[in-house]
Ligand binder design. Structure first.
Ligand code: UDP
Ligand code: MG
Length: 332
């Protein structure tokens, strides 16, 4: 008998948050595997599925699963908001003392949850699963991901653990802190790092997707990188100022040189090609700088609108969630 049982404390409540976007082929297998793991753990649990505007039969599958199990909550968003926001919706509706975030495609093996949980019991607030390998992904994707994590770490003000994704466990206090960050441009990996607290890595091997297709492509990855960089660093703006400064300095020296040369040798009216080259170069630098400023400006624009992060079409809570709320009422 463990300590808790002896003191007749209730078991901790573990919430597992799963974003779902067109995963009809994965949901049943995911649910079975995850349920088996959770049933074997010394916890009460709920699985919070967030249907992020799926256009296939994912929602029907989720409703069927919930009809069978009391431990399942389903949040149906009004449209597709993207994974980061779907996750946030799930986290907002999770009742647990600790929360696990996991993908539905079984790339993150649920068998790791007991290990994450054990580290939480050791007292860690942010237990992140760290990939030792990624199978089923192209060499190109692995290389770009590798480069991305290293660049973002160099330039962002918080250090973001290498080779970690969203798969992790958060304590209640880390989650509460995370919920205070309501920015629309959500680079989650950065937000977990920003929140702080004690983090620890649990290594694992990333598996290939069991079915369906990843919705990621290089354009999305590029945008994610931009999001990461602009949300966590103003370095690009600073680089632009330095480029401007250096270019002006060079122009000044060149101006002096022209004056001196004209005085010494007269003016033979040459230099048309170099003139054109300079104008084009400067034009390019200016447009690039405007583009970079624009990236930041656009984000400021979006944030100032102050819209809610997501709209919930329907929320079917789990039994654990309802119990927790009733408990709150009784305490009042
Ligand atoms: N996902 C989501 N909304 C989206 C795209 C994806 O909720 O707009 C979910 C998806 O169902 C899965 C997880 O996010 O559970 C990871 O998606 P995916 O496997 O496509 O990403 P990858 O593993 O390739 O990074
Ligand atoms: Mg995946």
């Amino acid at each position: 008998m463990n300590d808790r049982a002896r003191r007749s404390e209730p078991l901790p409540l573990l919430s597992v948050v799963v974003p779902i976007h067109n995963e009809e082929a994965c949901i049943s297998a995911f649910h079975q595997r995850t349920k088996t793991i959770l049933d074997g753990m010394p916890v009460r649990y709920e699985i919070v599925y967030v249907n992020d505007g799926s256009r296939d039969r994912s929602m029907e599958r989720l409703q069927a699963i919930r009809a069978e199990s009391q431990n399942v909550a389903v949040i149906d968003l009004s449209r597709n908001f993207g994974k980061e926001i779907a996750l946030s919706a799930g986290l907002d509706h999770a009742a647990g003392d600790a929360v696990v975030i996991i993908d539905a495609d079984l790339q993150d093996p649920p068998e790791l949850i007991p290990d994450l949980f054990a580290r939480w019991q050791d007292g860690f607030d942010n237990v992140y699963a760290q990939r030792l390998s990624r199978s089923g992904e192209t060499a190109m994707k692995r290389a770009t991901a590798h480069a991305f994590y290293r660049i973002i770490n160099r330039i962002s003000e918080q250090s973001i653990p290498l080779d970690t994704g969203d798969y992790r466990l958060l304590s209640r206090r880390a989650l509460t802190a995370l919920q205070t960050l309501r920015e629309r441009h959500r680079f989650m990996k950065g937000l977990y790092a920003w929140v702080g607290f004690d983090g620890v890595a649990v290594p694992y091997h990333r598996e290939p997707r069991i079915a369906g297709r990843s919705t990621w492509n290089y354009w999305k990855l590029w945008n994610l990188s931009l999001e990461g960089i602009t949300s966590f660093s103003t370095l690009p703006l600073r680089i632009v100022s330095y480029i401007g400064f250096i270019v002006s300095l060079l122009a000044l020296f060149y101006g002096f040189y022209i004056v001196v040369r004209t005085i010494a040798y007269g003016n033979p009216v040459a230099g048309y090609p170099s003139l054109l080259a300079f104008i084009l170069f400067l034009g390019g630098v200016q447009l690039l700088s405007l583009g970079i400023i624009g990236e930041y400006l656009g984000r400021i624009f979006n944030e100032t609108k102050g819209r809610p992060l997501y709209i919930v079409a329907s929320h079917l809570p789990s039994r654990q969630d309802r119990d927790a709320r009733v408990g709150d009422m009784e305490r009042v």
